[in-house]
Design a protein around this ligand. Structure first.
Ligand code: FE2
Length: 322
């Protein structure tokens, strides 16, 4: 893996064996392999997540604020959102490997201690690294302590988290005007603090230089394009992004892209905050918001969250022997 400022070459997404995290100054992006026959441990975190099933089929389970479990199968190409603090996990019981791509909305640092997931910051040489976010570890949860048993999974799958998942059929491509001859077709879904877009650029697509308050991460899943970003005092970034690369445009940097070789590109893109404030994008955006209020914890007030008792050395702490 080689990191060159605003771009990191990951290589073949589908050969990753562990999750990979890239960070910016507002959000982070995670590429999450989930091999056939594996399931995540139930956990929660304070960040809002928006995601895309880039490969394979998985089942999502999510626990609401009154400990009801919702479940749904997500075929390849599905979009999803996990509201902050909700216990959740993905299960890949099928015969094929799966890969998820997620954006994490990193809000104010509620936790001030130094214990972070290893990550790759994508920083231009004109940016201040002290502005960059890091990603805290999640908390693991024992379902038994919540009175739940995974043997109920078939029943949970009968109660989908309506609104938090959109299957490929539910997110139609929209044409985003580009002032160019070559169109941009994109499917886009949004959370509160981010959008996730899957964009198809055909031929020699060349976008017009633009800025936005959002920080933008692009994951190249097909084709290639050149990416350009301007910094202060004539400094700039220019590189060819190919399959297996992630690149980032800092907030308010003038940037554009060019499919110079004429072969088009296929990107999964995350914007923090979301681009759904753009009238052209807003026309086609699919909101990822739960119908059931118990699946939407309020972020302006707090609640008790039970962590896995086995992960806490209670006896040793109480005996003073840790
Ligand atoms: Fe942009």
């Amino acid at each position: 893996m080689t990191c060159m400022g605003l771009l990191v070459r990951v290589g073949d997404w589908y050969r990753l064996t562990d999750k990979m995290v890239v960070t910016g100054c507002l959000g982070a992006v995670v590429v999450l392999p989930l091999p056939a026959g594996t399931a995540q441990r139930p956990s929660f975190i304070e960040y809002e997540k928006v995601g895309y099933v880039a490969r394979g089929e998985v089942a999502l389970f999510i626990v609401d604020q009154i400990n009801r479990v919702f479940g749904q199968r997500l075929p390849e190409g599905s979009f999803y959102r996990i509201p902050p603090t909700l216990v959740h996990w993905f299960d890949n019981a099928g015969p094929s490997d799966a890969t998820l791509m997620e954006g994490l909305v990193i809000g104010p640092d509620w936790r001030s201690w130094d214990d972070f997931v290893p990550s790759v910051p994508l920083a231009a040489d004109w940016e201040n690294m002290s502005d960059f976010k890091r990603v805290h570890w999640e908390w693991f949860v024992d379902l038994g302590q919540l009175g739940l048993s995974v043997s109920d999974a078939p029943r949970w799958l009968e109660r989908p988290p309506v609104g938090l998942v959109k299957t490929p059929r539910e997110v139609n491509p929209v044409d985003v005007p580009t002032n160019q001859k070559v169109p941009l077709k994109t499917r886009v879904a949004c959370g509160d603090g981010a959008t996730v877009m899957v964009a198809e650029r055909v031929g020699t697509y060349h976008s017009a230089p633009h800025v936005h308050s959002a920080e933008q991460f692009n994951l190249v899943v097909g084709g290639s394009n050149w990416a350009y970003a301007m910094g202060p005092q004539g400094r700039y970034f220019a590189d060819e992004a190919k399959v297996g690369d992630v690149f980032r445009f800092p907030p308010y940097s003038v940037h554009w892209a060019w499919c110079r070789d004429g072969g088009g590109s296929h990107m999964v893109e995350f914007h923090f905050p979301g681009l759904h404030g753009d009238p052209d994008v807003a026309k086609g955006v699919v909101p990822l918001r739960a119908e059931d209020p118990a699946l939407e914890p309020r972020t302006d007030r707090s609640r008790n969250l039970l962590v896995d008792r086995a992960s806490v050395p209670v006896a040793a702490v109480e005996a003073g022997t840790l």
